[in-house]
Structures are given as C-alpha cells and as structure tokens.
Design a protein around this ligand. Structure first.
Ligand SMILES: O=C(CO)[C@@H](O)[C@H](O)COP(=O)(O)O
Ligand SMILES: [Fe+2]
Length: 236
C-alpha cells in the first residue's frame, strides 16, 4: 500500500521557511501541510493566508491547509486565493458544515473535514458526497511534538471501512505524533496520507526522514528486520 507524506510546516525553522519548503520538496514529500491556528479554536496562533501566498511561488507541492480556527467560513476564500489546494476544516468549528464545504468546492479547492480525537466519525456521514479527505487527529490539535494517541487507531480503521462501504473515494489523513514507529500502525489501519512535523523537521536530514517514514509506512522498514508491522503495534 502506498502512502503520501505531508510534512507539517509547524515544526520547521520559521526563520528559514522558504528553504524548509524547498528541502522537503527535494526530499520527495507529496504534500505540504500548513497548520493555521487562531488562538481561539486551539490555544496557539500560527499564520494566515499571507504566508501561504508568500510560499506559493516557491513550491509545486500540493498545499494542504489545515484550518484550526473558529468559524472558518470567514477565511476559506482567502486561503484558496492564496494558493491552497486542499482546505480542511474541523467539524467542531463549523456550525454549518455543509455550507462551509460547499463554499470550498465552489471556490475550486479540494475539501477536507477534520475530527478531533474524541469526536465520533459518524458526524461526517451526511457531507461525504462533498468530501475529498477525512483528517483524523491523533493528538489534540494546537501543537507539534505531542504524543500519538493510540486510542484513535481503531477510528482510523473504521474510517477506511466507512468510506469504502459508501463508495467514497476520500483519502484518510492522519495528523499528530506520526513517526517511524506509528506510521506503520496508521498505514496498516488504512490511512493514506500521513502528516509529520517533528519527525521530518526535527531530523537533521529531511530527505532521510521522509524516506524513512515512507518505508516504515509501506512495510519496507528493514531496520526492523523487514517485517510488515501491523495491529500488534497498536499500543506502546
Ligand atoms: O495539526 C497539527 C497540530 O495541531 C499537526 O499538523 C502538527 O503540526 C503535527 O506535528 P507532529 O505531531 O508531527 O510533530
Ligand atoms: Fe495539522
């Protein structure tokens, strides 16, 4: 099973963002994950559409914008105009989820719905016809470098089955605490896009880090004896 690797810029060196983006693109990343936080929906503040627009001319990567902001309908048009290819909003932040997703589609971007670790999967059922991506948080959103929450793994698996049973082509993306140990667990559960911040930007060699994550997720991690890791690694 192939996976896509999406380095999260949140863990990059903010003084050298352009070089960081160039480095992960050269490293073979598939998407660039951009975490937008408003200090309200989550207890942290990051950046807005200006930064997305500033980086856009310097990269051909798909820009995967993860909005951790209250009432995201106020800003989706600005992020799409800035160059977002995918805009993901949190179910918990949208009073009118269907309206927000329709707005993203209408503006020409792919749309995602994100669920916090404690939010049930069933909340996306009615909007599935609009959804290109279901993002399952494996940490409580707000910060990079947190511990992976293993209790979400069954939900990742349930999401893959849920989508397949409904003939929905949406990707399952996992975000938070993904590293070479947890990547094979979420990939085995059915995730196809793996977001990784610390595991990529915390490593001295970005290219080696992206490669190691891909190999671990695809079961080609020979440093572990070449065995396909599976459900047995659910818990630490
Ligand atoms: O959305 C978020 C955090 O809220 C993530 O995208 C993090 O940036 C992932 O960082 P790591 O857990 O991989 O360090
Ligand atoms: Fe994220």
């Amino acid at each position: 099973m192939t996976v896509k690797i999406a380095p999260s810029l949140l863990s990059a060196d903010f003084g050298r963002l352009r070089e960081e983006v160039t480095a992960v693109e050269a490293a073979g990343a598939d998407l660039l994950h951009l975490d937008v936080m408003d200090g309200h929906f989550v207890p942290n503040i990051t950046f807005g559409p200006q930064l997305v627009a500033a980086l856009r001319p310097h990269s051909r990567l798909l820009f995967d914008v993860h909005l951790m902001i209250a009432a995201p309908e106020r800003y989706v048009a600005d992020f799409i105009a800035a160059g977002a290819d995918i805009v993901t909003v949190h179910v918990e932040a949208c009073v009118h989820l269907h309206r927000v997703l329709a707005q993203i589609k209408e503006k020409g971007a792919a749309c995602g719905v994100a669920l916090n670790p404690a939010t049930p999967l069933g909340l996306v059922e009615e909007v599935l016809p609009l959804v290109d991506l279901v993002l399952l948080m494996t940490v409580n959103p707000g910060f990079g470098g947190q511990r992976f929450l293993h209790f979400v793994v069954p939900k990742v698996n349930a999401a893959a089955i849920f989508l397949r049973d409904r003939n929905c082509q949406a990707a399952v993306e996992v975000d938070g605490g993904v590293d070479v140990t947890t990547a094979p667990v979420v990939a085995a559960a059915g995730a196809t896009i793996l977001v990784a911040g610390t595991a990529v930007f915390g490593a001295p060699d970005r290219a080696a880090a992206v490669r190691a994550l891909r190999e671990a997720a695809e079961g080609r991690d020979f440093s572990r004896g070449g065995e396909r890791l599976g459900a047995a690694t659910f818990r630490d």
